[in-house]
Design a binder for this molecule. Structure first.
Ligand code: HEC
Length: 135
């Protein structure tokens, strides 16, 4: 296989550029949009549910409409689409997880940790997929 690539300098160069882009893509802890160099990710709702517990989201958020420290997240998929006219539901939810201080829900304070920006993109995608199942 590498023998064939070796015979074609253009393909070898392109493969090298793609590898380099992939290697350099992971350094930033806040990645507001999916890095196009990453392979496509099929969201895993079960992993999102696991993260919701393991990352302590559930300490502050009920999955029905009860208020705990944070708002209850029932129906958050539909709510998320209405929060900021510039953002669709997925974009709002990603921002709410990575940079919670950027939008403070009425009646709540800015106490959600701003440390979730460290989560890998796949985990954020899985959390979003899980949140959108809550009714
Ligand atoms: C220490 C408590 C706390 C923890 C832990 C926490 N949150 Fe929050 N969260 C809040 C509070 C308070 C708000 C409302 C204030 C704001 O908008 O930042 C909020 C807001 C949100 C919103 C926006 C809700 C809306 O109605 O627009 C989402 C979505 C959310 N949190 C998801 C998460 C997820 C997912 C996790 C875990 C990765 C998490 N939260 C962890 C307290 C917390």
């Amino acid at each position: 296989m590498s023998r064939h690539i070796g015979h074609n300098p253009i393909i070898a160069l392109a493969a090298g550029v793609i590898l380099l882009a992939t290697a350099c893509g992971g350094g930033n802890s806040v990645a507001p949009t999916r890095d196009p160099a990453l392979p496509p990710h099929i969201a895993d709702v079960a992993n999102g549910e696991r993260l919701f517990k393991n990352e302590s989201c559930s300490a502050c958020h009920a999955i029905d409409d009860r208020r705990v420290t944070g708002p209850g997240l029932a129906g958050i998929g539909a709510v998320a689409a209405t929060r900021d006219p510039a953002l669709n539901a997925d974009e709002y939810l990603e921002r709410a997880i990575r940079n919670p201080g950027e939008y403070i829900v009425d009646g709540f304070s800015n106490v959600m940790p701003n440390t979730y920006g460290r989560l890998p993109q796949d985990d954020v995608d899985d959390l979003i997929a899980y949140l959108k199942t809550l009714e």
